[in-house]
Ligand binder design. Sequence first.
Ligand SMILES: Nc1ncnc2c1ncn2[C@@H]1O[C@H](COP(=O)(O)OP(=O)(O)OP(=O)(O)O)[C@@H](O)[C@H]1O
Ligand SMILES: [Mg+2]
Length: 455
Amino acid sequence: HREAHRRGLARVDAGQPSRLTGRRLEMTALHASGREMPVELTITHLPDHGLFTAFIRDLTDQKRTEAALQRSQKLEVVGHLTGGIAHDFNNLLGIIAGNLELLQRSVAEDEKASKRVATALNSARRGADLTRRLLSFSRQDQGGEGKAACDVGETIVGMLEMLQRSLTRRIEVTTQVAQELWPTLINRSEFEDCLLNLAINARDAMPDGGMLVIEAGKVVITPEYRRVDPNLAAGDYVVVSVTDTGTGIPGDILDRIFEPFFTTKERGKGTGLGLSMAYGFAKRSGGHLRVYSEMGVGTTFRLYLPRLAGAVEVPMAVEEVRLPRGSETILVVDDEPHLAEIAGEFLKELGYSTIVCTDPLEALGVLEQRDDIDLLFTDVVMPRGIDGFTLEHRARDLGRRCRVVFTSGFTGYAHNRPGEASVLHRHLLIKPYGKAELARLVRDVLDDPEETDRP
Ligand SMILES: Nc1ncnc2c1ncn2[C@@H]1O[C@H](COP(=O)(O)OP(=O)(O)OP(=O)(O)O)[C@@H](O)[C@H]1O
Ligand SMILES: [Mg+2]
């Protein structure tokens, strides 16, 4: 763009108006890390002084927030629309079914007619079931109908047998429920429906069998995380993850799967309402439903349910003081700049020296140049064909003695690589993570005496 720049300057020098000055422009700029970013640019010409002032603002945050809000607003609008239609439809079906039932009695003697009426009635009932599910997606009542304190872990364990029966024998179901899970305020039977829907989707994604892992744990969403995803308010949550080792969801449809009637299944196999119901349930409960998927590896759905207030709160300040600290050097790698930055900040506050990379290639360079890295904290899935495992193996090849902690939003790896499962399980930090989890895991790995012997 140098030539265009020179021409523009010459025009201004000649006293002609510039096309750039005095306007607010939005364009793409190149960040020092090589990443492209959206920016706002305003240039003002001060002819008396022969000067230009330029004001550049990074719009990455704003764009991301807008996109996320747009998606959830779209779902909300669709919810209102389908809600209205479903309601009318339900009434119509009620009239049809009611009259059919009356007719059933009148034609009781006529076997053929009886059969016809029974078939029609059956269809009307199926229609009613469909509208019930639609209404369940669109119902916006946060008021608390049917809500009660619920131990999510207990509910999951209670459903296990039923779940196993709904799946094929080639699917192995395991559950992991954290100790002393917080209580939540939810409609228990809706939660069960939601879990069943997720499990059935997982089954459909694993026609040749596989693993289904249902986990329940606790997570603290920090205000920093709201910058990444405005859909979750800061606070304490119980998180239920449902992970399969199935086909994965292609990136181009990932944005649409929560929409009602969006389905990739053949006619009659799916109505595309399962996930919209699950999403509606999450929203009604004051939480959120997120998806992480990796083609050919599997999918994790993560359901966030707010902790029921009233339980004993641990004041943040006290916890802060008790967090384990250190002074080692840590290389942080994540292609999501915000997450990399946040992890870097957390670790710096805990006393560590940090090097933060948002480009896995750059991280590879750092590993090659420096032998004083004590710990590699890396995202698993990254672009450019370099994932967290590649970085780990490169560090070993170079004879580096650094320890490794992986982080990912997707939990399938631990279950997919049997050989590495136990190691990975201990060294995998699930996104999103709080400062406390990061501090503890990093310290644990750095202090583990067995770690030094690893090749
Ligand atoms: N675990 C998963 N793995 C792969 N793809 C999935 C998974 N879960 C959902 N999907 C995709 O998302 C789409 C929408 O899912 P949703 O549950 O809303 O509808 P459905 O399963 O197609 O139909 P229904 O649940 O109403 O019977 C599915 O058709 C499928 O393409
Ligand atoms: Mg489904």
